[in-house]
Design a binder for this molecule. Structure first.
Ligand code: CU
Ligand code: ZN
Length: 176
């Protein structure tokens, strides 16, 4: 290895180290919800994680029927079983229509479906749009925000709810 190669390698290493520090590569938890099913039993957690350049909702669930499930943020942070209608519609501060495949969509609360395997246990992450400041302002408005899992898949298109079926698990977000 000649001197030029060595100095380039060192420069790259420093650049990478600098990058990770500036990005805040240490994931930071912003908010968290304990999820319960319609019988009031705990089924897992949802945690909003800030990766510096992006945000994600980390989902850890168990005892959920296998298959794809609509997964949303709902506008009111109240989870009253068994139907969880208390949580209102999707979190939608920009007054859009529902669905990421809808040309007039999407709601801030429209997250990707989660696909639960036969075991009923899943750990995954789905992206969440918006800066940390914007998200914290909207999530922790006067009436808070709920995280919801539905019985069926969100079709990402049908207004206002994606035709995702009943609400099977709900949790109120709190600041982490
Ligand atoms: Cu929903
Ligand atoms: Zn929606």
């Amino acid at each position: 290895m000649n001197t030029k190669t060595i100095s380039l390698s060192l420069a790259s290493a420093l650049a990478l180290a600098g990058c990770s520090t500036m990005d805040g590569a240490e994931p930071r938890e912003l908010a968290m919800a304990n999820l319960s099913n319609s019988s009031g039993q705990p089924v897992g957690t949802a945690t909003l994680v800030d990766y510096g350049t992006s945000r994600a909702m980390r989902v850890m669930v168990t005892g959920i029927p296998a298959g794809p499930h609509g997964f949303h943020l709902h506008t009111t942070g109240t989870c009253t079983p068994p139907d969880f209608q208390s949580a209102g519609g999707h979190l939608n501060p920009e007054d859009n229509e529902h669905g990421r495949l809808n040309p007039d969509g999407k709601h801030l609360g429209d997250l990707l479906n989660i696909d639960v395997p036969a075991s009923g246990t899943l750990t995954t992450e789905v992206p969440v749009d918006g800066t940390p400041d914007y998200l914290m302002e909207e999530l922790f408005d006067a009436d808070g925000t709920a995280v919801m899992i539905h019985s069926g898949a969100d079709d990402y298109r049908t207004n206002p709810s994606g035709d995702a079926g009943s609400r099977i698990a709900c949790g109120v977000l709190t600041r982490a």
